[in-house]
Design a protein around this ligand. Sequence first.
Ligand code: TEU
Length: 568
Amino acid sequence: DIDRQWWKEAVVYQIYPRSFNDTDGDGVGDIPGIVERLDYLEELGVDVVWLNPVYESPNADNGYDIADYQSIMDEFGTMADWEELLDGLHDRGIKLIMDLVVNHTSDEHEWFVKSRAGEEDYRDYYFWRQGRTDVDGWTGHQGPEGEAPPNDWGSFFGGPAWAYDEEVGEWYMHLFDVKQPDLNWENEEVREEVFDMMEWWLEKGIDGFRMDVINLISKPPSVTDNDPPTPDGFDATFDGPKIHEYVGEMGDRVLSEDLLSVGEMVGDVSMDDAQQYVGRDGDGLSMLFHFDHVLLDRGGDIWEYHGYDLTDLKDIFRHWQKGLEGEGWNSNYLNNHDQPRMVSRYGDDREYRVESAKLLGTLLHTLHGTPYVYQGEELGMTNYPFESLDDFEDVDTLNPVRNAIEEGVVDSFESVRDSVAMLSRDNARTPMQWTDEEHAGFTDGEPWLDVNPNHEEINVEAAREDENSVFHYYRDLIDLRGDYDVLVYGSYDDLWPSHTDLWAYTRTLDDERLLVVLNFTSEEQQFRLPREDETHSTADYTDELPLHAGEIDALDTELLIANYDDVG
Ligand code: TEU
């Protein structure tokens, strides 16, 4: 009576094409570059590829500003290249999901060009609004003298969430960059266009979508009805009033159980909303990405890094593992193209880099939910040693830091360097490390973003040759998910939530039980299995007894596959 789905049993591999493999020497990765590495993906054993945006784009936000949803960015290749990629993946039994970015388009998308030009049919594709003249002392960035933006929301990338357009004489909303105007989902035409476009890609044979910031598409009435006087706070656009109507409509119109659909949910999505998105009678998404664990060690700004406690991290995962149990499916990730490298963030990227990468990989593959591996994670790639502001490329690093320095919110780059260097999205975007050669074998030209100097040690070639490498460990982990139902479908129980150094949990499916014990420190730790009646307690187990190693079938020191009754 297991509710089996291929996407529950799969391991997803995320490819950031700009930084994966360059074949034409322009320093930017491309689709033929991915085709060239298909055998690598097969060797690793992944089941699905999630491709970050490859559509035509002026690249204000590396492809998340889309100018045409139905054509491929020149730098990345042609539609024929993309088709070759899809066929090559499918030939190897690997599925493909595409990035769906429909909260906003590029300002160079023809819809926006027409909207801005005042074409009647397109005006309401976006939010055009009058500014406020009743705000005392407004000294804003732009716009007519004395006129403030329609509301006081700030954009994710710094500055106001509205831009004034001279020609139109009004402001348009952009929750991200000025070159990423927000689409108006109130408009039925917009929804139809999006659903048609999704169907067009499905007809090409793709296997699902990763949906960018999908929980932002429903704006509150103060925006949609242009109905002040009480403008809502910025939070009102997270999981907004009509969100389940719109996502549900997409579910009915376009999605099906046989597709993988994963919604990115920014902010702190509640369990109620989560269940609605992915639950049994919900909107129809397979799973979602929440941000709880990646917001744990930082404040709202990139210069507010403060570290994390293991118990808090465990609490977050327990909340999601138990919250969706029997109701919906989890997706698990420890890094992606927007986040620092997991070993640098949750582990030790120096002395215990390899051990940390294996530990975190074990966690990722043994939690309940579908694991998402981000390119280079399988090598234990680390953060980049950033030194000056000139080393960065990302709008989400440069804009907020420059604004903050200008406004005197921070003194200088030097005063926030450690935090910015830890958290910048560019850490994830340095090129994939294939060899120890110049530019890590990523390109024959000049890479668009510098290669991490540690490629001399950390690279695919070296990892393949070393049987103890993170790469081979990942291959084993991925295999293991195919071998044990309990690993995929078993329920999660945290054995010792209050332990500050160990993360110990079981996965249980009928009479099968898997035990995972992870040591997050560099010291040896003792661990005694709690008695059956202690399993769910948070009591401190003081009379420590080590596991009996002889009774355990161990894949490696970090991963113990034990028959619970034998060792209990
Ligand atoms: O990300 C949403 C998002 O909220 C992050 O970019 C966030 O700003 C960052 O992690 C914290 O500083 C998605 C995409 O994944 C991202 O690459 C895009 O830039 C963004 O949407 C806009 O499309």
